[in-house]
Ligand binder design. Structure first.
Ligand code: ADP
Ligand code: ZN
Ligand code: MG
Length: 481
């Protein structure tokens, strides 16, 4: 797509995101909502939709949905109503989904995030509760199997307003949405496992127009990359159709991640196709202030606020602050580290390099990491006080990861204390001067860049333990005399 085409047409994008809630049990029965169990082992008459079975609402699921509503600045409805959404599909044994229709639990909120240094706000139309369907497993021989374990796992659907205008913006919105869910501890956000699923709606309109174009929907986008690629693809396709005088028809497409293209699944379905009606087996859901206030006490500092505070309070770059706030536990770890070590900048450097690399290498989370903040802070203090050099400290770090030793213990065991005693340093410097008469002569003739060479020789002699700054100063003094 070239620049003129982008200027001629304005893309409009809205996202519908499904998030599985991390409750222990399902939304309308007491079956565990665990992921990855043997197929069809976590089922009962309710979630299998057997005749006569009645749903009982899981209070925890409602609390989690309200928490998300509060985190996204929504109004929480005093009364919301579950509705039957009727459709037939083999993964849905009841032949209807219990969702919410005209009276959702949360409405009229917004999410803010930053993109290229600019704050963007995307409005949230609604957040409602519903039950998940089962999962079809298509065999290579053409047969299909069904696993009902996922039936009845609680979902929230978060519907945005059509406020986004590029694939990058939609991607950044989704990243922030996922961060918020994970900060709140109500969804794992694992897109590969389907805990977080995103359908996108895309239209384009001529620049300057105030009327939205016809939209199409893309389902089955199971990664951030697929979301952005699908949107880009669809924007280009629609612009192409319009430029050739064609019309966009309302369809639902599937993203084929293998072929990297869209496949039309069906013509668009409308609300009336589902014959929504109030769920007769459940009472309207009433939420009072006391319940909401109780949930409010569980609210945490949200990722964007925290990122901004990190930049200000610890004087971190936007990039460092965003990496350190990518997950709540990482941000918690960092703040503890910085406070014990007494040096936010140095602590951030260690987090950004050594800690992050180590987590990646071991593929563990920060909670599983063997080196907890207190011990690492000990090492950072030694660096700060010049007891060990930066390069020796990295060796000490590697040792500490493997053991339970404190930084001091490792430094002592490996004999890595930095040599800062002038007497000891002078002895080595004198040796280096005596061993390199030609370089000394050239230095005295004005080739002062050779200072680095002398420092290097002393570092070598001391096996990396000489304090480089002090060494340089002593050499300068000696050679100028
Ligand atoms: P539907 O009638 O298809 O359910 P909704 O108005 O409920 O449509 O919106 C569904 C999603 O599509 C929302 O996320 C909304 O932001 C988005 N959307 C609505 N209109 C447009 C449009 N013209 N272009 C892109 N996205 C849109
Ligand atoms: Zn069940
Ligand atoms: Mg709709």
């Amino acid at each position: 797509m070239n620049v003129t085409e982008v200027q001629e047409y304005v893309p409009v994008i809205g996202l519908e995101v499904h998030a599985q809630l991390l409750t222990k049990t399902k939304i309308f029965c007491s079956c565990p909502s665990t992921y990855g169990a043997e197929p069809n082992t976590l089922v009962c008459p309710v979630c299998l939709g057997l005749p006569g079975a009645l749903p009982v609402l899981n209070r925890e699921a409602v609390s989690m949905a309200i928490l998300m509503g509060l985190a996204t600045n929504c109004t929480i409805a005093e009364e919301s109503v579950f509705a039957r959404k009727n459709y037939f599909y083999p993964d849905c044994p009841k032949n209807y989904q219990i969702s919410m229709f005209d009276k959702p639990l949360c409405a009229d909120g917004f999410i803010e995030f930053e993109l290229d240094g600019e704050t963007k706000r995307v409005r949230i139309e609604r957040i409602h509760l519903e039950d998940d369907a089962g999962k079809l497993i298509h065999e290579e021989d053409g047969g299909s199997l069904v696993d009902f374990n996922r039936c009845g796992v609680p979902l929230i659907e978060i519907v945005s307003r059509p406020d986004m205008h590029s694939a990058e913006e939609a991607g950044a919105y989704l990243v922030m949405l996922r961060k918020i869910l994970r900060y709140l501890g109500i969804c794992s956000g694992n897109m590969e496992e389907g805990s977080l699923r995103c359908d996108v709606n895309v239209s384009v309109m001529p620049a300057g127009s105030s009327e939205f174009g016809t939209k199409t929907e893309i389902k089955n986008l199971n990664s951030f990359k697929a979301v952005e690629m699908g949107i880009r693809y669809e924007i280009e396709r629609q612009i192409e159709v319009l430029k050739n005088g064609g019309k966009i028809s309302q369809v639902t497409n599937l993203w084929d991640s293998g072929a990297k293209k869209l496949v039309t699944m069906r013509s668009k379905e409308y609300a009336h196709d589902y014959r929504y009606f109030p769920e007769p087996d459940l009472l309207p859901l009433e939420v009072d202030d006391e319940w909401i206030d109780g949930i409010r006490t569980k609210m945490v500092e949200l990722p964007l606020e925290r990122e901004r505070r990190f930049r200000k309070e610890y004087n971190l770059s936007s990039y460092d602050a965003s990496v350190l706030c990518s997950e709540k536990k990482i941000a918690d770890y960092y703040e503890e580290l910085a406070s014990i070590a007494g040096d936010p900048k140095l602590s951030a450097n260690w987090m950004m390099r050594e800690v992050m690399e180590e987590l990646k290498e071991q593929s563990v989370s920060i909670e599983q990491f063997s080196l907890q903040p207190e011990r690492l802070a000990g090492l950072i203090r030694l660096v700060k006080e010049n007891v060990v050099s930066g390069s020796a400290a990295r060796d000490v770090f590697k040792e500490m990861v493997k053991s339970n030793e404190s930084a001091e213990e490792v430094v002592r065991r490996l004999g890595l204390e930095q040599i800062s005693g002038e007497g000891e340093l002078e002895k080595m410097i004198d040796e280096v001067i005596a061993e390199n008469p030609r370089e000394v002569e050239r230095y005295r003739e004005g080739k002062i860049q050779l200072l680095g060479f002398f420092v290097g020789q002393v570092m070598k002699k001391s096996r990396g333990k000489a304090n480089p700054k002090l060494t340089g100063e002593i050499i300068k003094r000696k050679l100028s005399g």
